[in-house]
Ligand binder design. Structure first.
Ligand code: DAH
Length: 344
């Protein structure tokens, strides 16, 4: 039995010398030292020996298995370190390499300008009208008639307004003012809303005009609303949007749906009022139209103009963005040229 034990140990040592990985070592451990391993098979026969032999052979068996254990462990550790080092080498990353650049998307200048304007008016107590009160495809009634625009008004001409072939009198809206009518039809005063959206006009496209652009309409109807309220709200808007230092003026104007009507100018940002090409030498740039809602318009939607009054305004988003960021061509908003869009 001694011989057998020594022989097994020899075999195990030869196997171990050939081992080249942790997996090989585990295989050897299974073959010799597991419950069904070769040493255990021998140990089972110990019981047939004399007491004396049991002791000496048993001691030898233990000594040999311990030696083998130790040898296995040493090899295991050796391979473990080796394999770990190889793995670390393979997976090493150079943290000094520059990272991969991922471009972040961001809001289009028109969207961020609209958001900014909307949030200023929200701060003044206005809420945004629901989409169904501000459709881009309108009947002539909402775009013109209900707004007191005469049948023979030049704005109705096909040269200014896009008529659709959906039905007679269906147009792509040329202004957001139709939202005023939808809102007043759906709700009694007090009303304090804004309606941002796209409008269409049959224009020859150039640096100042595009055949679609964006407006923000405002409407405030309640008892005792005055022109003073209108000036207060719009001056506050301009103060916040352009900054306190920008001079502003209200100028007499005409719109069919407001009486009296006004336009608001801000001092030209290019020449600071001295007069230049951008402002045609006047030193001023028009930013919005406004006025007190015409009694005819109120009457048309069933609101009594003897009880209620209101003001309305409409502004061009492109224009406001151009004036704030000194953009000199409206087409830049729609060309999707990243070199332009990235700047904002
Ligand atoms: N709808 C007008 C336009 O497109 C702008 C405007 C002027 C809107 C006066 C208003 C207003 O609500 O009261 O030129």
């Amino acid at each position: 039995m001694r011989e057998q034990l020594n022989k097994i140990y020899e075999n195990a040592s030869t196997d171990l010398a050939k081992a080249s990985s942790i997996a090989d070592i585990e295989e050897i451990r299974g073959k010799y030292l597991s419950r069904k391993g070769e040493f255990n098979e021998i140990k089972k026969n110990l019981k047939n020996l004399s007491d004396e032999d049991k002791r000496t052979v048993g001691a030898l068996a233990n000594e040999i298995t311990q030696k083998l254990e130790a040898a296995l462990k040493a090899k295991h550790d050796e391979f473990y370190t080796k394999e770990l080092n190889e793995k670390l080498k393979k997976e090493r990353i150079d943290i000094t390499l520059p990272g991969k650049y991922t471009q972040m998307g961001k809001k289009h200048l028109l969207t961020s300008t609209t958001d900014e304007i909307v949030s200023i008016f929200q701060g003044l107590g206005f809420s945004v009208v629901p989409q169904e009160h501000s459709p881009e495809v309108e009947t002539e009634y909402y775009n013109f008639d209900a707004l007191n625009v005469p049948k023979d008004h030049p704005a109705r001409d096909v040269q200014d307004t896009f008529y659709t072939e959906l039905a007679q009198n269906v147009v792509l809206r040329s202004q957001t003012s139709g939202a005023q009518i939808h809102v007043m039809e759906g709700k009694n005063p007090p009303i304090r809303v804004i309606a941002p959206g796209r409008v269409y006009r049959n224009e020859n496209v150039n640096a100042r005009k595009n055949n679609f652009f964006h407006q923000i309409e405002g409407l405030y109807v309640d008892k005792d609303v005055t022109f003073g309220d209108l000036k207060g709200v719009l001056n506050e808007f301009i103060r916040v949007y352009f900054g306190a230092s920008r001079p502003t003026r209200f100028r007499n104007s005409f719109f069919p749906f407001t009486e009296p009507s006004a336009e608001v100018d801000v001092q030209c940002i290019m020449c600071e009022g001295k007069g230049c090409r951008t402002c045609s030498g006047t030193g001023w740039l028009e930013v919005l139209g406004c006025g007190m809602v015409d009694p005819n318009v109120l009457r048309g939607v069933g609101i009594d103009p003897d009880v209620y009054s209101g003001f309305a305004f409409g502004m061009g988003v492109e224009r406001l963005a151009m004036l704030k960021y000194a953009v000199d061509d409206i087409r830049l908003f729609f060309n999707n040229d990243e070199r332009f869009l990235k700047q904002f």
